[in-house]
Design a protein around this ligand. Structure first.
Ligand SMILES: NC(=O)c1ccc[n+]([C@@H]2O[C@H](COP(=O)([O-])OP(=O)(O)OC[C@H]3O[C@@H](n4cnc5c(N)ncnc54)[C@H](OP(=O)(O)O)[C@@H]3O)[C@@H](O)[C@H]2O)c1
Length: 334
């Protein structure tokens, strides 16, 4: 096969506060002939995710920082174009962590085969992929019972909308907050949320109290900041918090002080549990069976915002912090 020229996005400089386009470069790499026992993949879709912001900082975390001058990494779904390993053949669809590039070469152990029967294949980055599994694993982290009231912040995003749909399937009353009226309508009309409100139109606690005057049982935190503080006030005795994310603080150059009302944890005997989705990888099959079943039955919707071309990938990533996505933000590469 002739040499392949592949475009990729590299980290040029580490962002200070909110990332800017100059932190990234679009570069081209010539791929060497395929070595024995290796597989060549053309990416069809790549994922941009808020957690990638943390990997752009230097310093220890639960995943190592991105290296300067090197391509970024992240979820992607692609098709095998050439294989010198018996496990894969051209045309196979695979999920990998080699996003942010058009083509790559990998060992079979780094590729997760997926069925082409599911369409669009980008669903493997969202509802049936990492963010869907985050929603599922989050709901399994604490007790969430039928009839309970759950409040989800960042509700119209990739994790939030799936968490809400799954909580509805469990028989909960689901309240979501999000950043525009269009997203509020999406939550109510397409995702089956009982109630949704726009957190930009008034204090979160006031809006939450209006929708749940008797309080909430569970809070699924994607945002932190004001939403977490409101939830701490609204939670009932023995309430539970799923600490999934805190996007409101990811671009703060200097972290803000935490909630002023943390003492609610003591007085109301609350439980707050942190989670990282990769801790649940041993349950991925269980997730795929359950979520895949709901998806095929039409009970779980896949909502995504699709941006086209690797040249738009940085803009798609930056768009996450400006609320440009409804559902999962994905970049279509081929
Ligand atoms: N623990 C884990 O393993 C794990 C795994 C995946 C994701 N996460 C976390 O889960 C959260 C959601 O991730 P996602 O992939 O589903 O992203 P997402 O919600 O699809 O996209 C980000 C959304 O966050 C909202 N947002 C941006 N800046 C905000 C701010 N300052 N205050 C409030 N909302 C803001 C925007 O929606 P609005 O229009 O509503 O503002 C935006 O659309 C993130 O915090 C992420 O880091 C955790």
């Amino acid at each position: 096969m002739s040499k392949i020229s592949s475009q990729e996005i590299r980290l040029a400089t580490r962002p200070q506060g909110m990332p800017i386009p100059a932190n990234f470069t679009l570069a081209r790499r010539e791929l060497e002939p395929l070595p024995d026992r290796q597989v060549r993949v053309r990416n069809l879709f790549m994922s941009v995710d808020p957690y990638m912001r943390g990997r752009m900082n230097d310093g220890p975390s639960y995943v190592p920082p991105f290296a300067l001058g090197q391509p970024l990494e992240g979820g992607a779904v692609g098709e095998v174009v050439e294989s010198r390993a018996p496990e894969f053949k051209p045309g196979d669809a695979v999920v990998s962590n080699f996003g942010w590039r058009e083509y790559f070469t990998a060992a079979p152990k780094d590729l997760h085969p997926v069925s082409r029967e599911i369409q669009p294949l980008s669903a493997y980055l969202g509802v049936l992929g990492m963010t869907g599994m985050t929603a599922w694993a989050g709901l399994n982290l604490v007790t969430v019972k039928a009839g309970e009231v759950i409040y989800i912040s960042g509700a119209a995003g990739a994790v939030g909308n799936v968490a809400g749909q799954l909580a509805k399937l469990r028989g909960c009353r689901v309240i979501g907050s999000t950043g525009s009226m269009a997203k509020v309508r999406f939550l109510r009309e397409e995702c089956g949320f009982d109630v949704a409100f726009d957190y930009k139109t008034g204090p979160v606690l006031e809006q939450l109290k209006l929708e749940a005057p008797d309080g909430i049982d569970v809070y699924f935190d994607n945002v932190g900041g004001e939403a977490l503080e409101a939830a701490l006030s609204a939670l009932r005795v023995h309430g539970r918090i799923i600490a999934c994310g805190g996007i409101s603080g990811y671009n703060e150059a200097k972290p803000r002080p935490g909630p002023t009302n943390l003492f609610n944890i003591t007085t109301k005997r609350l439980t707050m549990k942190g989670m990282i989705v990769s801790d649940s990888l041993d349950r991925q099959g269980e997730f795929e069976k359950e979520a895949g079943g709901y998806f095929r039955a039409g009970k779980l919707k896949n909502k995504e915002t699709v941006v086209e071309g690797i040249g738009q990938a940085v803009g798609a990533f930056l768009g996450l912090f400006a609320g440009k996505n409804i559902g999962k933000m994905v970049v279509k590469l081929a």
